[in-house]
Design a protein around this ligand. Structure first.
Ligand code: MN
Length: 474
């Protein structure tokens, strides 16, 4: 059985039964669906939620599937801490897709005048969003010169019965492909894939060079070649076991105001003049599940997290082989900050390590480097190292005017710092102990004296004795 959304949902139900819940009653796609997810978040709960009955559509909605690191780890047969290293191992052995003819995603094919985007759930997620958005669409397009595919997730606004607007960002591979076509006055054919195994979603977040086919990365991540099939109205191939595919043309020389939309920064990303897609087909599996992604909330951050961690892991390990672990913490939106632990063998290496990280990922603003005794997944420990191992005059450096990301609300324009732009200062904190000079030892009870203790042998339960009674016994 090829891996897909359904095989993963079964795996979740079996291995993490509390991670999968259902909503039977009808929900409004405007704020009520995300309202349920928000209420769960308020209780610190992040289960995958199947909304069986969504107003205005026949399709059920799977919400928040990628909203937990533990569930992603399950998709990679790993655990929280081992996930990034496992992802790196798998992404390094890519597997080319195999083509098939009778694809489940073509059970139902709607083309031409019959296409109406009202058919799919029109979900309005957050206050201030410019209407309904497809938040979980993996866009696939091909390079007109090389034929190499690219896959990435972009925010997609539903703007009419057959019209979409999307935000590729100025420097994405997808925008590069569109501009190449535009130079020839041609549209870019785009397929939007909704609903698949998390391995495919993670492949869309692969941080690698332009010439790498993210669908071959998906094969590596899944551990089996991805089954693909030809689209019905465009010359693009899509995963055959996806739930839903929308086919269309990104028009040359056409831009419209798109946005605002809640972003991974947890701020409302401003409106922009962005490309327009004319939809030519909707295809789906007979009993398709529409997968949604909760923008401006943890699922949004986690979806982009593992691919970025893996990219950084590789880049830093090339420079500092004694890399122990790294993570992009929630407090940094899983994008703007990284905590790196190393086995420090010589002085100065932590700064090289920070430079490697800051250079490798344009979204990254802050790199904090700690010793191997600090658990990077425990923010309290990281901040303890910052509090006790750092002198800011020597251990902090700042690189002004670097390119980061225009979605960071503090980013500025080169000509006018009060204006929005792409520039940011990058900075680093070296929170490692020196190697060449003595440093105080940590203070604690020796592990041999407490690790083995069974508290039931020591702590008395049962009726409480008053202080006077205890005194009388002495
Ligand atoms: Mn790419």
């Amino acid at each position: 059985m090829p891996k897909d959304l359904r095989t993963f949902l079964r795996q979740v139900q079996e291995m993490l039964p509390d991670d999968y819940v259902r909503v039977e009653r009808e929900v409004d796609p405007e704020f009520e669906l995300t309202g349920v997810l928000r209420k769960l978040q308020d209780q610190n709960r992040f289960p995958a939620v199947l909304f069986e009955n969504v107003k205005g559509t026949k399709l059920p909605v799977m919400g928040n599937l990628l909203g937990s690191r533990r569930r992603l780890a399950l998709a990679f047969d790993s655990d929280d801490a081992g996930l990034t290293a496992e992802y790196v191992r798998r992404q390094e052995r890519t597997l080319d897709p195999v083509m098939i003819d009778d694809a489940p995603v073509h059970d139902v094919v709607i083309t031409g005048e019959d296409v109406n985007l009202n058919y799919i759930p029109n979900i309005v997620h957050c206050e201030g969003d410019a209407g309904p958005y497809i938040s979980s669409g993996m866009c696939i397009a091909k390079d007109v010169e090389t034929g190499v595919r690219n896959m990435g997730i972009y925010r997609i606004q539903i703007a009419g019965p057959r019209k979409l607007r999307y935000y590729p960002g100025e420097y994405s591979h997808m925008e590069h492909l569109r501009k190449k076509r535009e130079e020839r006055d041609e549209p870019l054919e785009v397929a939007i894939v909704i609903g698949h195994h998390p391995g495919v979603y993670m492949a869309s977040q692969y941080r690698g060079p332009m010439g790498v086919d993210e669908l071959a990365v998906a094969g590596g991540l899944l551990g089996e070649p991805l089954r693909m099939t030809k689209c019905k109205t465009i010359d693009v191939e899509v995963p055959a076991d996806a739930e839903i595919v929308i086919e269309g043309h990104a028009l040359p020389h056409v831009k419209e105001l798109e946005g605002p939309f809640g972003e991974f920064t947890w701020y409302l990303g401003p409106a922009e003049m962005n490309p327009v897609i004319e939809v030519t087909a909707i295809t789906h599996r007979r009993d398709a599940i529409y997968q949604d992604m909760f923008n401006a909330h943890p699922e949004h951050n986690i979806t982009g997290l593992i691919g970025r961690e893996a990219g950084l892991y590789r880049a830093v390990r090339n420079v500092v082989p004694a890399l122990k672990a790294l993570t992009l913490p929630f407090s940094g939106c899983c994008r703007h900050a990284v905590y790196i632990s190393i086995k420090k063998l010589y002085d100065g290496v932590a700064k090289n390590c920070a430079l490697a990280a800051l250079a490798a990922d344009p979204f990254l603003k802050l790199a904090i480097v700690v010793d191997e005794d600090i658990d990077v997944f425990d923010e309290t420990q990281v901040m303890w190292a910052v509090a006790t191992r750092v002198q800011a005059d020597r251990d902090v450096f700042v690189i002004p005017d670097a390119y980061v990301c225009e979605l960071d609300p503090s980013a500025y324009d080169v000509a006018d710092r009060s204006k929005r732009g792409y520039l940011n200062a990058k900075w680093s904190i070296d929170a490692t102990k020196p190697v060449g000079i003595p440093f105080q030892e940590k203070s604690d009870v020796p592990e041999a004296a407490w690790k083995h203790i069974n508290l039931d042998d020591y702590i008395v339960t049962g009726p409480r004795r008053v202080i006077e009674e205890l005194a009388a016994r002495r």
